[in-house]
Design a protein around this ligand. Structure first.
Ligand SMILES: [Zn+2]
Length: 166
């Protein structure tokens, strides 16, 4: 199991580098991230969380003690993701993070996102994600921009404040 960076470690607030080489070392890292995520009972993990500033994350949702209502999706490795389009509508939901022990945040996310990314072979994928899966994608995508739930919830608070002033 890899060590999981905790809040306050600078790697979590640094934008990740684009993956250029689809090497066996990248596949090995993805595999170790998957094992680490399953061990920690997460539904996603981003490379910066294991001290690798690379544009790569794993999503794998299944019901567990931390997320009893999570739907099942096969683990997938997402490399160099982009959000191409998203719903105007946002939905609120509870999120935790393996880098922030024991804390939950209520976070607004787009209800759906249209995304593109590469897999471990460098092949391009294009998908539209909704609901909980869209939420995981947006959470992990934030990690690649150096944004954790701490910054995301602070942004939300200041948005609703400026909304109230208008
Ligand atoms: Zn997280």
């Amino acid at each position: 199991m890899l060590a999981i960076a905790q809040i306050g470690e600078s790697v979590l607030n640094r934008p990740a580098q684009k993956v250029i080489e689809f090497s066996p070392a990248l596949a090995k890292l993805a595999n170790e991230m998957l094992e680490t995520m399953l061990e920690a009972k997460g539904v996603g993990i981003a490379a910066p969380q294991v001290n690798q500033s690379l544009s790569l994350f794993i999503m794998a949702s299944r019901s567990n003690e931390r997320y009893p209502d999570a739907p099942f999706i096969e683990p997938s490795t997402v490399v160099n993701p982009k959000i191409i389009a998203c719903s105007d509508e946002k939905v609120s939901g509870e999120e935790g993070c393996l880098s922030i022990a024991e804390q939950r945040f209520t976070i607004l996310r787009h209800e759906w996102v249209e995304v593109s990314f590469q897999d471990l072979n460098g092949l391009e994928h294009h998908q539209t994600l909704t609901g909980f899966i869209a939420r995981i994608f947006q959470h992990e995508y934030d990690h690649l921009q150096g944004i954790t739930l701490i910054e995301r919830s602070a942004m939300q608070a200041s948005n609703s404040l400026s909304g109230a002033v208008r």
